[in-house]
Unconditional design. Structure first.
Length: 158
């Protein structure tokens, strides 16, 4: 009997916690989206204000909810043998072809920093990033916003 009351109590407590915790909503291009994480809500809100559907974008995987496009042939790049030099070359060609105006790079990767390991093939990407982009903001999540220096980011889509 006590076990039954305990189970009912846990169900009621879980319901109360779920109903009373913080939440917010954004109307993204893919539809209304609910958030329970304030930092993620702030980041998505910033991206919503600074991108438009169809825009080329590289970085934190936000392509689907914003209807933005990744110009690169792969989604992620690592400072290990997982990322081959050919992939880095293809990435640089895509960035140059599509003049990507904005990148949001995850802080955990620390792309601009070299690991010094022979398996780190991202040197050309780091050079390209530093030559063509400026770190303009660090979001509350720690993700870094890099904006292309020679590309007007406030222009309406063409």
């Amino acid at each position: 009997m006590g076990l039954g009351f305990g189970a009912i109590g846990m169900v009621l407590a879980a319901s109360v916690v779920n109903q009373t915790r913080w939440r917010a909503f954004l109307d993204l291009p893919a539809g209304r989206t609910a958030f329970h994480d304030k930092l993620q809500y702030e980041e998505y809100g910033w991206v919503l204000q600074h991108t438009h559907p169809g825009q080329f974008f590289l970085g934190v995987p936000m392509y689907l909810p914003f209807h933005i496009q990744n110009p690169a042939p792969t989604d992620g790049f690592e400072t290990s043998e997982y990322t081959r030099p050919e992939q880095v070359t293809e990435l640089l060609q895509a960035l140059e072809t599509h003049l990507v105006p904005l990148m949001i790079l995850p802080s955990a990767k620390q792309y601009p920093r070299s690991t010094g390991l022979p398996s780190d093939h991202l040197g050309p990407f780091r050079d390209y990033l530093c030559r063509n982009y400026s770190l303009t903001r660090t979001l509350a999540t720690g993700d870094e916003v890099w904006e292309r220096r020679d590309f007007p980011t406030n222009c309406p889509p063409q």
